[in-house]
Design a protein around this ligand. Structure first.
Ligand code: PGA
Length: 252
């Protein structure tokens, strides 16, 4: 069971060659000695083994894959399984990122299977949810996110759910430079924690790490992370630059 913790998770998306990834991590190891923050690097599949070797002696740096298949193995050309990810050092997996929902048509239905399979193998899902601008403007964002959680995550047993990290990422803030205000983030995180409490009880709700994602930068991280229901961030663009990422790690 994962306990609630402060997490700075990077999501490199489809960026950096293998050599660039290894140099980034070597520089990160030189520049950070923060031990109270869990650092999770969401790197491309082909980087996992090399980076896992580089961070093997650093207890608070873990690796995440950015996707994983819902089946054990088989004829699924181009896909990757939970067992394969574990075998190269991934301990986390980002699931349900809005880019995967949008470009690869990942539905709540398939995510529900991916989450279940990942947990059964011992991978910790970082489950992404979040609304578009249209939904935010229509003021139905809480219902929308609630539905994503209901359909993608809340089928889990209480024991299984204890292994989940949630990332709230409003789509209108991803890669746009427009960040949710600390209050907007807090309101949604609180709403998510209330939904978890309703479904699994207060203990589980208090133990769940809920990250904010969407244009987190060195200059706004502190205000966002200081909100009571924000446990850290899932950081895209700013996680590609070592100095920016280190500043964000130091913002807790
Ligand atoms: P961003 O990406 O920080 O570049 O907005 C966040 C994400 O997509 O996880």
């Amino acid at each position: 069971m994962e306990n609630r913790q402060q997490i700075a998770a990077g999501n490199w998306k489809m960026n950096k060659t293998y050599d660039e990834g290894i140099s980034f991590v070597n520089e990160l190891l030189e520049k950070t000695n923060e031990e109270n923050v869990l650092i999770v690097l969401g790197v491309p599949f082909v980087h996992l083994k090399g980076i896992a070797d580089s961070v093997a002696n650093t207890a608070n740096i873990k690796l995440a894959a950015q996707n994983s298949h819902e089946k054990e193995s088989g004829a699924y050309t181009g896909e990757i399984s939970a067992d394969m990810l574990l075998s190269v050092g991934a301990e986390y997996v980002i699931l349900g990122h809005s880019e995967r929902r949008e470009h690869y048509k990942e539905s709540n239905e398939v995510l529900c299977k991916k989450v279940e399979h990942s947990i059964s193998k011992g991978l910790i899902p970082i489950f992404c949810c979040g609304e578009s601008l249209r939904i935010r403007k229509a003021k139905i964002h809480v219902d929308f996110v609630s539905n994503q959680l209901n359909e993608g995550l809340f089928h889990l047993s209480k024991e299984a759910f204890a292994n989940v990290v949630i990332a709230y990422e409003p789509i209108w803030a991803i890669g746009t430079g427009e960040t949710a205000t600390p209050e907007q983030a807090q309101d949604m995180h609180k709403a998510i924690r209330n939904l978890i409490e309703k479904k699994y009880g207060n203990d589980t709700a208090q133990n769940t790490s809920i990250l904010y994602g969407g244009s987190v930068k060195p200059d706004n991280a502190k205000d966002i992370f200081s909100q009571p229901d924000v446990d850290g961030g899932l950081i895209g663009g700013a996680s590609l630059n070592v100095d920016d990422f280190v500043q964000i790690i130091n913002s807790f």
